[in-house]
Design a binder for this molecule. Structure first.
Ligand code: SF4
Length: 267
């Protein structure tokens, strides 16, 4: 039985009519639920029987599968890391190499990795950040930042992820910003967000650095008179060369979920 590696793989199999017959508001929401093991493919009446049998009859095998897959992915990345010249890579990646460890700043905090992939850091390591960090060390082009801000959609290699990114990251962040506006700004500053002066005249314009060569500019405008609030994220034009598209998506959605959790517990 074939298993899914991400939400997009499920989404591609759907009719994308958002008919709601599966009791989910959109096909995308259904795809996310299937990927996360909260729904079964056969709950969509529009999927061909052949596809259902290829991907299974709806038994929930997601949790053990994801932890096995995650561990496999980590082991593979650690193996690849062993062949990397960390001292040479350090400067290119915006970090430094001391005590046999490459150290980079993640959201303003030191995050060190040795050649076996062992991590040492002062911050709590969320599982979503580890694969993108390994990939960044192994594969990043380490291009210097241009200072030219572009939307996720404009990143050529990330175009396929645009719909998911908007849904899982931008929408969630906007909900947090709309509901907990002051706290939203505080969280970004807590993660070392830096002020950007006069950028689009937004009420909140802050840059965070999930990785040294992956700054994200967060611009939020509060609702005013007849105008609704809006939230936009911008990336340096080198983002999709310094990080692969899936990792940018993973980092964006990971941050959005982390902000949401913090807002719900402390906002
Ligand atoms: S029933 Fe199928 S086509 Fe309709 S919204 Fe759900 S997933 Fe999409």
């Amino acid at each position: 039985m074939v298993q899914f590696n991400n939400t997009m793989e499920v989404f591609k199999l759907l009719e994308k009519t958002n008919c709601r017959e599966c009791n989910k508001p959109t096909c995308l929401a259904f795809a996310a639920a299937v990927f996360q093991g909260r729904a079964h493919l056969n709950e969509c009446p529009h999927i061909d029987e052949k596809i259902i049998s290829k991907y299974g009859n709806g038994q929930n095998t997601f949790e053990p599968k994801i932890s096995q897959d995650y561990q496999k992915k980590i082991d593979l990345l650690k193996g690849n890391l062993a062949g990397i010249d960390l001292p040479t890579k350090a400067e290119k990646l915006g970090g430094h190499f001391t005590n046999n460890k490459l150290t980079i700043k993640i959201l303003g905090k030191d995050f060190s990795v040795d050649s076996q992939g062992n991590i040492s850091t002062d911050i709590h390591v969320n599982s979503w950040i580890t694969p993108p960090v390994y990939n960044y060390i192994i594969n990043s082009s380490g291009l210097p930042l241009t200072g030219e801000w572009v939307s996720f959609r404009e990143l050529q290699k990330a175009m396929d992820w645009h719909t998911f990114f908007n849904h899982q990251c931008v929408k969630t962040l906007k909900e947090v910003a709309d509901t907990y506006t002051n706290f939203f700004e505080d969280i970004i500053k807590l993660f070392n967000g830096k002020q950007v002066e006069n950028h689009y005249d937004s009420d909140i314009s802050l840059i965070i650095y999930p990785l040294p060569r992956l700054p994200i500019l967060i611009c939020y405008n509060k609702p005013e008179d007849e105008l609704e609030s809006d939230l936009n994220l911008f990336f340096d034009s080198t983002a999709d060369k310094n990080c692969n598209a899936e990792d940018i998506y993973t980092i964006g959605t990971g941050l959005a979920q982390m902000f949401k959790k913090l807002a719900l517990t402390h906002g």
